[in-house]
Design a protein around this ligand. Structure first.
Ligand SMILES: [Zn+2]
Length: 180
């Protein structure tokens, strides 16, 4: 709770810098999807970021072999099942390839004397997308909770050429329509 209040105070003080970035909030994630065009055989990239809690299940530094194995398994699941999380239209026959997936520690200094420093970490991943057919007029759907049940609130931004759209996907409900 204290952490959330600190973030709130920071975002009031620095609106321009924090507006575009969702706060580190457990249960949430952020996805950016970008394609140069929806026509022809579209190629694009998808970025995913989430507090590690939603993917790995904890955010402290993995030191034991068991915890390191949990981190590796979670990142492998993310890489292998991403197409079930961001469901590109079947008609476009898109292939999603993982480029990177990593865990980054975040340190937040405690504002009050004597308070413990909180350890948080985030998962960042990038995927390349190559579609065989146009995306024009088709829809993107979502299935984050089927893979990572904790991730229930996802801010998705879509950029296709000069078309921009966004959706706040709660409990996997939400559709992004790609313009013709
Ligand atoms: Zn956290």
């Amino acid at each position: 709770m204290r952490f959330a209040l600190v973030l709130l105070a920071v975002s009031v003080a620095l609106p321009a810098q924090t507006r575009s970035r969702k706060a580190h909030e457990h249960g949430s994630a952020k996805v950016n999807i970008a394609f140069e065009t929806a026509k022809g055989s579209p190629k694009g990239v998808i970025e995913f970021e989430s507090p590690a809690d939603g993917v790995v299940g904890f955010e402290y530094e993995a030191k034991t072999a068991a915890d390191k194995a949990k981190v590796a398994a979670a990142l492998n699941t993310l890489k292998a099942r991403f197409a079930e999380m961001v469901i590109l239209p079947a008609a476009a026959a898109c292939k999603v390839t993982n480029k990177s997936a990593k865990l980054e520690a975040e340190h937040h200094d405690a504002k009050q004397k004597g308070a413990k420093q909180e350890q948080h970490s985030e998962v960042h991943a990038e995927f390349d997308v190559a579609c065989a057919k146009p995306l024009s007029g088709l829809e993107i759907r979502f299935g984050f909770m089927k893979v990572f049940p904790k991730i229930h609130d996802v801010e998705v931004a879509l950029l296709v050429g000069d078309q921009q759209a966004s959706a706040d996907v709660e409990n996997d409900k939400g559709v992004l329509k790609i313009a013709k």
